[in-house]
Design a protein around this ligand. Sequence first.
Ligand code: NDP
Ligand code: 2IT
Length: 447
Amino acid sequence: MHKYAQGVYENLEKEMPWQKEFLQSVFEVFESLRPLLNSDTKYEKYRILERITVPERIIMFQVPWVDDKGEIQVNRGYRVQFNSAIGPYKGGLRFHPSVNLSILKFLGFEQIFKNSLTTLPMGGGKGGSNFDPKGKSDIEIMHFCQSFMRELQNHIGPDTDVPAGDIGVGGREIGYLFGMYKKIVNAHQSVLTGKSLNFGGSLIRPEATGYGNVYFAIEMLKTRREDFDNRNVMISGSGNVAQYTAEKIISEGGKVITMSDSGGTILCKDGLTHETLEFIMDLKNVKRGRISEVADKVSNVEYVAGQKPWQLAEASVALPSATQNELDLEDARELVKNGCICVSEGANMPTTPDAVEYLIKNNVLFGPGKAANAGGVATSGLEMSQNAMRLGWEAEKVDNKLREIMCNVHTASKETAEEFGIKDNYVLGANIAGFRKVADAMIDLGV
Ligand code: NDP
Ligand code: 2IT
């Protein structure tokens, strides 16, 4: 790591040693910046690393709500408004019991560079709550979302901060959140993305993160004259990102042999069919069931309780699409041993740092989340554009734009690393390319 970055990192570590996930994300970006910091002293002169690692604002609030038994519940709510140099804060809301400031700061920090890579004018932010949506009724979800928005509405706006979904926040939650916002401000504004088509959503936004990751992986594979045809692909997760990743892989001729949730993994050696995937989407999005139920219904699917996908079978490609640090060094070793040639991150920071290093050293094409899963927020940006123009584009138009953006993110990540004499390192390229635009904007904007 460059000496300047090292000093800033050590201060952060001293100040907040408990923010493990945040420190992990900062460490990775700082390590990548070494060649840039060596070649240009202006980032140190303008104290960019000190400034870019401190959120411009953090809002923390209580979210009281009444459950179906009439009992009062209280959760914590957060919005981390990290960096607005290149546009309004933009990033998802996560509802999961594990949510804390470290996780939201890592997600917000990643989002700054991811949004920059999309080339659209969006700053970085993230928010959420330690609320657990599992097992809650629709009415409880609505009450919670309404209470969350009663406070959040004070801090967001179409030109200020535009939240969206993430783990535990999908179309249903965005609907309830938007409904409350609209009531309070008495205006139908583009203040959230991931909205339903009925009230201002964009076609392809639900598909965008998963499709985008596959488009990114296709570009990586192309550099080695490879493709998905007939290849075994392991996907983790079975939520929004995993589902549309699976759909696109099947359309590309690949075999999706795993999906998972926090309970375990389903394994289908023949590859999931479109019909089984439809069953999974209904199970997860409508019935809100568990992935284990697929094995009860579909004959060639087995369920492995308590296991992640990575060590269960041989696959050429792994697409982690559930959560942070879900693919570790031992998993990476097994993947390489079993002939894996490509890992592309649908989730944010799903691969541990030692696993990333191992994969890259072993010549595996590695697509880091801030590049590979940028299609979701990019299409959120396209939703904002359509809202601003008061019109809606056809699915094909949005999908073409998404594909073009993913190709550009791929090229920028690859060529930026090459500019510094380093081949086949998308981590380094994505971090430098994402950082440089934001840092230069911060310099232009003054202190
Ligand atoms: P969903 O809530 O739709 O799905 C999350 C999936 O991940 C579920 O299958 C869930 O299982 C599993 N999961 C969550 N937490 C854990 C955990 N601690 N251990 C094991 N499995 C877990 O979320 P998304 O699909 O939207 O998000 C998935 C990932 O993609 C996240 O990292 C998110 O930050 C990232 N992402 C999402 C984007 C989007 O547009 N939605 C855009 C870019 C990145 P279970 O149901 O058992 O909890
Ligand atoms: O991590 C992410 O990029 C998201 N959850 C999507 C953010 C967005 O604003 O669409």
